[in-house]
Write a protein that binds this ligand. Structure first.
Ligand code: NAP
Length: 315
């Protein structure tokens, strides 16, 4: 896709996701002009030093003026305040979207703030890493990843089509989903796995009879894979937990029940139950690889110096 899809795109928030968007928009020439906004001068300066946009505005309302597409990429807890700030300056007919990891809460926060003359379509690219800030982004982040759009009833289908085409030009596959369903699915595939990782790394941190040196020295036995998830941005994940509380609590209950059953199997020495579970879970891993959502490379981080991390979790 080499035609300019949008005259002006405004990126509100220029961290990992916003800056990855800036890079792919530039690479694919998707906009005539890219205006970047971040609340702090430090982040804005970093974005400017990286040459991520054509113009830089600390005031988000200034940045969205005359923009045809506005993408809000801030922690989900801040999306309502951002919508309130930009609302009076939005151009008639503009598409306004976001990239937040929870959808029901973002829609509840943003939709009432936005004027009826814009097309608001909430969205979530299932692509990310544990890094933050403008320097952490890269143009290929969205390649072969899903972007879920959760439009409300009555949104102009042409606007949905335009936004889908934008994400496809960024390399993603798109799907429409009900926001409540989105939040349930993401609780299972992303939010609870992150909580498990935060929990196990926290447990290790507090163990008294295993030294920190041992945890680090022997981490490649499994623990290391959790530490990448547990290094994810604290603000983002605090907000995800606060804004997808119901679905996360429901999935955590299911998880606890299954963990109790697993604990029982270990305590009873029930080898058959353990073997059955581990066989079923192994086939889930195979399906993920077959679906192109990870690659079957077990290099245990040995190639990490050479390239990008692969197989980032959906966030
Ligand atoms: P990030 O790298 O930490 O960048 C956050 C951006 O939001 C920065 O520009 C920051 O501005 C701004 N910001 C932070 N707090 C704000 C507030 N209270 N009000 C206004 N602006 C604020 O974050 P990110 O990883 O790009 O995540 C952005 C969004 O993408 C989140 O909603 C997250 O749920 C979603 N998401 C993340 C991932 C992932 O893997 N990271 C994946 C998919 C979706 P300053 O630096 O100037 O303060």
């Amino acid at each position: 896709m080499s035609e300019r899809m949008f005259g002006r795109i405004a990126l509100i928030g220029i961290g990992l996701i916003g800056s990855s968007l800036a890079r792919v928009i530039a690479r694919e020439k998707l906009a005539g002009e890219v205006v970047i906004s971040s609340r702090s001068a430090e982040t804005l300066d970093e974005a400017a030093a990286l040459n991520l946009g054509d113009r830089y505005e600390q005031d988000a309302a200034e940045a969205v003026k005359d923009a045809d597409l506005v993408i809000v990429s801030v922690p989900v807890g801040a999306s309502g305040a951002v919508a309130r700030q930009i609302a009076p300056a939005l151009k008639k007919g503009a598409i306004v979207t976001d990239v937040g990891s929870t959808k029901r809460s973002v829609i509840a926060q943003m939709a009432p703030e936005l004027p009826a003359h814009v097309h608001f379509i909430a969205g979530h690219p299932l692509a990310g890493t544990e890094k933050s800030g403008p320097s952490a982004g890269f143009a290929s982040l969205f390649e072969d990843r899903w972007c879920i759009l959760t439009p409300q009833d009555g949104v102009d289908p042409a606007a949905i089509e335009r936004l889908s085409a934008f994400w496809e030009a960024c390399g993603s596959r798109t799907e429409l989903m009900d926001p409540v369903h989105h939040d349930q699915v993401l609780a299972l595939v992303s939010h609870v796995p992150h909580l498990i990782a935060y929990n196990i790394v926290g447990t290790a941190d507090e163990l008294e009879n295993v030294t920190e040196r041992e945890v680090i020295k022997y981490s490649a036995s499994g623990f290391r894979d959790f530490t990448r998830l547990a290094a994810s941005d604290p603000t983002m994940w605090r907000d995800v937990c606060l804004h997808n509380r119901d679905a996360i609590l429901e999935m955590l209950s299911r998880f606890s029940e299954d963990l109790t059953a697993l604990r029982k199997a270990v305590r009873r020495g029930d080898g058959e139950a353990l073997f059955d579970l581990f066989t079923r879970t192994r086939s889930v891993r195979r399906s993920i690889i077959e679906a192109g959502q990870d690659v079957d490379v077990a290099d245990f981080g040995r190639s990490a110096a050479g390239g990008r991390e692969i197989g980032e979790a959906a966030k």
